[in-house]
Design a protein. Structure first.
Length: 923
């Protein structure tokens, strides 16, 4: 039983107040067919909407089965609409993109009924209205009457107590109108049917009660239902419970919904994915470029470690001085001759720029695990080099012995020595690239013309670093596997400098001597290209002698250098180390910054270690260690305490001299004494060595102390312990000759420089400060800035595209929700709660977001193929590869979902809040 008690409803639009219902009271029986008649604008729809719970009354009360609705909450009204009321509209209000079965099912879905039951009941309802055969048709495939019957089926499927119909036949012709009226009359047999119409004939024909309204009040009621107020209990307050739908149901509903409009869904998802594609592409490009930058940095840093030499030369301060000198302004008139002091300044600068580093202290700092610097050391780590003196000899094809450092050729002809030396240095700079030739060795003038170079060793005791293996290819044989194996290093064109080939004894040395003679005569030499087979190279042996072996004990228990005695050397060769050529390697990379091996023959750290061990155990090193005060080469004290020791040492020295040494000594002594008398000097020149030596002996027969002291001071070089130990090949592992610190990025390298600066600040003794030249800083200071700028620009791009696409996705979702206002109205009319509405829309945007994320990533991956092809074609290299990391891809899909949800959330919320009546009115 439904009671309307003194209900009034006003609409306020601006200043204008329209009274739609004015104190209306009506009672309805549980089953009757009521027709409400009245002119347009008289308040019929308003009355119906209030009865149906779509609209709220201002004053009065609506009592349903004795329960007042005054205190109804939203969810009570939702439940009331869903369970008690069925709505039929003039304009059918079917959801156009769903089949009529789904349309009918919808009301059941909202009340949370299982899928199977839903389907059965919907089918039954459609059969009841005579449309059992057409359940899979879309609304627009039906006639008006059929659509209205679907609407009636939808209204009845939930088995409501009350059916409300607002001009159900308003849009139908008279034949179909009759069919619909028959249907309603049938329904009214066991339900209350309230129908608004302005067709009095139909009302008279089918309805069993006619209520006339005008201007918001009741004019006339043909069959009023009077209640005795006293008999009826006063209205109760009771809630109806709620209509419910799980999120899974709404997800399934949304998915089905989306399936029915595939094209539209795809377009929305695609539009949303454009933003994702934008971000993903920019991200891929920036990942590719960043990767490239990182690679370049790493490559550069492997070629240019921070190298600290024991003897160092501050190139940057030199360069600064040079720059300043060239910029110096002339501040005198051009009216006389002026001196230019740049040369002196540069020379003094050069002298002061050379300094010694205390690498022993610095190594302690590096070895300390807590030192900050270790955080920045790169993959190749820190490499310590030790100066181990050794000589390598070889026999050429004529069986002539050659010293591979080129001294064979400089000794044989003193005139050519400078040229040989020059060639030696040239070969170093020609072999290596120009940039590599800028090694500190070159700068300090410490030219080592030996073609033997230690190759960078790898991590975990690998003999050859991967960096070397990356840049050099084995063309014959294999990499060295033992300390006595070496490789020959070729350039890109399989070439080795001719000088080096002569030095190594790979070409006959007499030919080189001829060339040197020709050069000395001032003739131009244009050597032909020689060819040597790989096999011949690998069958060639080198013989290594550690320098400690070049000293031999003589009768007086002193050691003597025998390195310039060819017979002794050849004897030593038999017991020396035979170096085998294990392979031939060729430089592969065109990139000049990648060169690692500066010499033509590469040996491994294993050989260095072997020689350190060998030298430290040698007799001469042991002997010198045992007598730290006395030089084992000449028996003299390093630091004599008093004059008597000096006199004794002078005597020992003289007694050990050979005849020719004595002659030389006497000659130079006499030269100083007879400086004023040319005849005497001429006489000296005519004497033989024996005569001269005899004169010295007679002079020293009864020497005075002063004479001996004078000889000691002027003619005797005592030497030093440290120099001796170094020459004998003694190496302390704590005192490297150079330290190379490898970093992976420019940034790390800068941090390492900062750490060294800090170290310099912290050391107590000024002598322990470290000086070195930061070549990378010299060469690339601007590049670091450029790289930083590029990185920031890329980040900015990603950020901008992220913002732009977020807005875009938001707008697209917003529009697609706005567009469906009517659908929201329908859902509300059949009982969906506000929460249901936002749930359905959120589920839908979730699916679309997921879909657009996946489409976006898919399209990006496809686009990357042509994009990379273009990048490769434009840059003419394959160094830059745009790619999307898997992680980023997943994050972008999640992002797409979140953005879409946010974009859809606000309009969904708004849609849910929409007044259902207004929503239904919207087109
Ligand atoms: P009927 O259905 O009898 O044609 P209605 O119930 O739709 O009439 O409207 C009754 C009166 O209330 C009309 O004057 C109409 O202009 C006014 N009205 C209805 N709905 C609104 C609204 N949402 N805002 C303002 N005025 C309204
Ligand atoms: Mg109306």
């Amino acid at each position: 039983m439904l009671q309307i008690k003194n209900i009034s409803k006003k609409y306020t639009t601006g200043d204008f107040v329209q009274t739609a219902l004015n104190n209306v009271s009506l009672n309805f029986r549980d089953n009757e067919f009521v027709a409400i008649l009245g002119p347009s604008g008289s308040g019929k729809t308003t009355l119906l909407n209030i009865v149906g719970g779509l609209d709220r009354y201002d004053t009065g009360d609506l009592i349903i089965n004795g329960i007042s609705t005054k205190k109804y909450k939203d969810k009570d009204w939702d439940s009331y609409r869903n369970h008690t009321i069925g709505f039929v509209f003039q304009s059918y209000n079917l959801i156009p993109h769903q089949s009529i079965l789904s349309n009918v099912e919808l009301a059941l879905t909202i009340s949370g009924i299982s899928k199977k039951e839903r389907k059965e009941r919907a089918k039954q309802a459609l059969t009841d209205v005579g449309l059992g055969e057409q359940i899979h048709k879309r609304p627009n495939q039906l006639s008006g009457g059929q659509m209205q019957r679907v609407a009636i089926a939808r209204a009845l499927v939930n088995n409501p107590d009350i059916l409300l119909a607002d001009e159900p036949t308003g849009a139908l012709d008279s034949d179909t109108s009759v069919q619909v009226m028959e249907l309603l009359k049938e329904v009214a047999k066991d339900k209350l049917v309230i129908m608004v119409t302005h067709n009095p004939e139909l009302a008279n024909l089918y309805a069993n009660r006619i209520v006339r309204v005008k201007d918001g009040h009741i004019l006339d009621d043909s069959n009023p239902f009077e209640l005795n107020d006293k008999k009826i209990a006063p209205p109760e307050h009771k809630n109806m419970g709620k209509s419910s739908m799980s999120f899974l149901t709404s997800l399934a509903l949304s998915f089905n919904n989306l399936k029915t409009k595939k094209g539209r869904t795809f377009l929305t998802a695609f539009a949303g994915s454009i933003g994702i594609i934008g971000i993903a592409l920019i991200l891929s490009l920036s990942t590719g470029v960043n990767q490239y930058i990182t690679d370049i940095q790493k490559d550069t840093m492997t070629s240019y470690p921070i190298t600290i030499e024991q003897k160092t030369f501050d190139l940057s301060s030199m360069m600064n001085a040079g720059e300043q000198a060239s910029k110096k302004k002339v501040n005198h008139k051009l009216n006389a001759v002026f001196s230019n002091g740049t040369d002196i300044m540069m020379t003094s600068k050069m002298a002061t720029s050379i300094s010694e580093n205390n690498l022993t202290e610095f190594k302690k700092y590096l070895d300390n695990k807590d030192s900050e610097i270790n955080n920045y050391v790169g993959e190749n780590g820190i490499v310590y080099s030790y100066d181990v003196p050794f000589s390598v000899f070889s026999y050429d094809s004529d069986n002539t012995l050659v010293n591979t450092n080129g001294s064979t050729f400089s000794n044989s002809n003193s005139n050519t020595s400078s040229i040989a030396q020059m060639n030696g240095s040239m070969s170093v700079s020609m072999n290596a690239d120009m940039s590599t030739s800028m090694s500190t060795d070159m700068m300090t003038g410490n030219i080592n013309s030996s073609p033997f170079t230690e190759m960078l060793s790898g991590k975990n005791d690998e003999l050859v670093s991967d960096v070397i293996k990356d840049n050099y290819k084995v063309v014959y044989g294999d990499w060295p596997k033992a300390y006595d194996e070496v490789v020959l290093v070729l350039d890109k064109n399989n070439e080795v400098s001719l000088t080096t080939l002569y030095y190594l004894g790979l070409l006959p040395s007499k030919d080189y001597k001829d060339i040197l003679k020709q050069i000395n005569k001032g003739e131009e030499v244009n050597p032909e290209t020689s060819k040597i087979s790989y096999e011949d190279i690998c069958n060639h042996n080198f013989y290594l002698i550690a320098d400690s072996d070049l000293y031999q004990k003589n009768r007086s228990d002193l050691f003597k250098y025998v390195g310039n005695d060819n017979n002794k050397v050849e004897e030593l060769l038999k017991s020396g180390i035979t170096l085998k050529v294990s392979g031939i390697i060729r430089q592969t990379s065109d990139d000049s910054s990648n060169i690692q091996i500066s010499g033509s023959v590469g040996y491994t750290k294993a050989l260095t270690n072997y020689l350190i061990n060998y030298g430290n155990k040698s007799d001469i090193v042991k002997a010198q260690k045992n007598s730290p005060d006395v030089n084992v080469l000449n028996g003299l004290h390093f630091n004599p305490d008093n004059d008597s020791i000096k006199i004794d040492d002078a005597k020992t020295y003289l007694s050990n001299l050979s005849t020719s040494d004595k002659a030389n000594m006497w000659k130079s002594m006499a030269m100083t004494a007879y400086a004023d008398s040319p005849e005497q000097i001429q006489m000296l020149d005519s004497m033989t060595e024996t005569q001269l030596a005899a004169m010295l002996d007679s002079y020293l027969e009864n020497p005075k102390d002063e004479e001996m002291l004078s000889i000691y001071d002027n003619y005797i070089d005592v030497g030093s312990y440290d120099d001796n130990m170094k020459n004998f090949g003694y190496v302390s592992l704590g005192a490297p000759s150079s330290i190379s610190i490898y970093a992976d990025t420019f940034e790390d390298k800068d941090s390492i420089s900062d750490c060294i600066d800090k170290y310099n600040k912290d050391v107590k003794d000024d002598k322990d400060k470290i000086t070195y030249t930061d070549y990378v800083a010299l060469l690339m200071s601007s590049i670091t800035t450029i790289i930083n700028v590029i990185t920031y620009v890329l980040i900015a791009f990603v950020a901008v595209s992220l913002i732009v696409s977020s807005i875009m996705i938001g707008i697209i979702t917003y529009i697609s929700v706005l567009e469906r206002t009517k659908e929201i109205g329908i859902l509300r009319a059949i009982g969906a709660s506000k929460k249901n509405i936002s749930q359905v829309f959120n589920a839908e945007t979730f699916i679309i977001g997921l879909f657009s994320g996946i489409i976006g990533i898919g399209i990006t991956c496809l686009l990357l193929l042509p994009i990379n092809a273009i990048i490769h074609a434009v840059t003419d290299s394959t160094n830059v590869n745009a790619f999307l990391p898997v992680q980023s891809g997943i994050i972008l899909i999640v992002l797409s979902v979140i953005l879409t949800l946010i974009g859809g959330f606000i309009p969904a919320k708004k849609a849910a809040k929409k007044d259902p009546v207004a929503a239904l009115r919207s087109e």
